[in-house]
Ligand binder design. Structure first.
Ligand SMILES: [Ca+2]
Ligand SMILES: [Ca+2]
Ligand SMILES: [Ca+2]
Ligand SMILES: [Ca+2]
Length: 485
């Protein structure tokens, strides 16, 4: 007992010394590393307001200029030449509210389709337009969509008036398909307000049959998609809804009960929404044949009862079972992935698939929208000219890679979007035309060409997705997909 008591202080002292030494070594190590660490990873400001992503330091070029300012690459070769004016396309100017973008309706939009509307074998261009609040109230002439006919010599002619497709509503998305299997591509236009279904009359003109067909809706529609989800040989239509919005009652921070500073992005005041606004439901229209559709959204399980902010949609067979599944990219909130159950209904597999949110479990505004694009382009990577036996199958089954999430083609090093465009171009003589118009928010989608007069069958489907760039007041549109049967 005496010996143990005598040894205890010595033992405690030894332990204390060891601990102190350990702390000292760790402290010195931290001190030694901290200056370098501080240089490599400067403190980042925390996001505030509605931001869901972190702040990142600017990427700079060799002269310390931030490349996000538009890029500075002195002496670089010109890869793309702007031929908008020579082509006769500078007549189109996209408008969407005011440059200040004080309300959310002014921010996104609108879209473009490349389609051979006159079946002459040359792609024509249909550019959708936005609108303004005064135009919507009849106080000024509304901006017009424009259809440009391909003159086969690098130039285009505005044929909007003859074709009757000016829309003159606030356009937010479109999708082209031959929904009535008459061999001529038709155009569905998603608007704020009533939508359009422009039926191709085979003579260079279109007739809006949306009301008669039962697909006009109302409210605020966004990026639609066509696909034969039930294998009856008729293309069906899905139309996402964005938010319920009243032009006469715009929401502003500090007014109407909305707190001051309630609408910010990373501490900067911006327009209010979509978070905080009431979402619009989604709609699936079953093609009945005979020119009419039936809204089967609730029965099919894709009506969006949670009223998320639908932004873009794509029919795509993700599990390669031969039945089209459905992806809906929602803005700022989790996405939807619906799996086709082969009986006219879909199962919501959004979360278990990993598509609902990003790797951090967040619904990121940017990736939420672009996820639909990635899947759609992956779908077309291995596309090949359709065989007669496959033309009877659903759209996505003719153009599926082994796995859309992990394309195994040799060109996998190329970004999916570029791979997709190349594959489509080589397999369907399709060209991808982007940046051919003046609008900073415009986009392109592509459609396959075909010989003059050749029947389409139920051949052409295109769709595009709109994507919100995670910087305030900036939106852009990106192409999603096009398929050929
Ligand atoms: Ca043409
Ligand atoms: Ca048609
Ligand atoms: Ca169908
Ligand atoms: Ca499927």
């Amino acid at each position: 007992m005496i010996r143990r008591r005598a040894n205890f202080p010595v033992f405690a002292f030894a332990v204390s010394v060891c601990l102190l030494l350990s702390f000292f070594v760790i402290y010195m190590a931290i001190q030694g590393q901290s200056p370098a660490s501080a240089q490599q990873n400067p403190p980042q400001s925390r996001p505030s307001g509605m931001a869901t992503g972190g702040a990142h330091p600017p990427v700079k070029d060799a002269l310390s200029r931030p490349i996000t300012a538009g890029g500075f690459v002195d002496g670089a070769p010109v890869v793309f030449a702007d031929i908008t004016k020579q082509a006769g396309l500078d007549k189109f100017h996209h408008r969407s509210g005011t440059p200040e973008k004080t309300t959310i309706i002014e921010a996104p939009g609108s879209g473009v389709a490349l389609l051979d509307y006159d079946n002459d074998g040359w792609l024509d261009i249909y550019l959708l337009n936005g609108s303004t609040v005064p135009a919507m109230k009849g106080k000024e002439a509304p901006p017009r969509a424009m259809l440009f006919r391909n003159n086969h010599d690098g130039t285009f002619t505005d044929v909007t008036d003859k074709a009757g497709v000016a829309n003159e509503r606030w356009g937010f998305g479109l999708a082209v398909a031959d929904y009535d299997n008459d061999g001529w591509p038709d155009i569905y236009v998603a608007n704020y307000g009533k939508n359009r279904l422009y039926h191709n009359n085979h003579d260079g003109t279109f007739t809006d049959v949306a009301e008669k067909a039962g697909v006009a809706l109302g409210g605020w529609s966004t990026g639609p998609t066509w696909g034969d989800y039930d294998h009856d040989g008729l293309l069906d239509l899905f139309v996402p809804g964005y938010v319920k919005y009243d032009l006469d009652r715009p929401v502003f921070a500090g007014k109407g009960g909305v707190p001051e500073g309630a609408c910010q992005f990373r501490g900067v005041d911006i327009f209010c929404g979509p978070l905080g606004l009431i979402g619009e439901g989604d709609h699936l229209f079953h093609n009945n044949g005979g020119g009419t559709f039936t809204d089967v959204s609730i029965k099919a399980g894709v009506s969006d009862p949670q009223a998320r902010y639908g932004f873009a949609s794509v029919f795509v067979d993700l599990d390669d079972d031969g039945w089209l599944d459905l992806v809906v990219a929602n803005d700022s909130v989790p996405n939807y992935l619906y799996r086709n159950q082969h009986d006219g209904t879909f199962a919501d597999v959004s979360y278990m698939s990993g598509l609902a949110v990003n790797g951090d479990g967040r619904a990121n505004p940017r990736w939420a929208s672009e996820s639909a694009i990635t899947i759609a382009t992956a779908n077309s990577i291995s596309s090949s000219p359709p065989s007669p036996t496959t033309t009877k199958r659903s759209i996505a089954t003719t153009a599926m890679p082994p796995s859309p999430m992990s394309p195994s083609k040799p060109d996998s090093a190329i970004p999916p979007f570029l791979s997709s465009a190349g594959a489509l171009a080589s397999s369907t003589s399709t060209t991808l035309a982007s940046s051919i118009f003046s609008s900073p928010t415009a986009t392109s989608t592509q459609l396959p060409t075909r010989p003059n007069g050749a029947p389409l069958g139920r051949s052409v489907l295109s769709s595009f997705a709109i994507s919100m760039v995670p910087s305030f007041r900036k939106f852009r549109l990106l192409p999603a997909a096009a398929w050929l049967l």
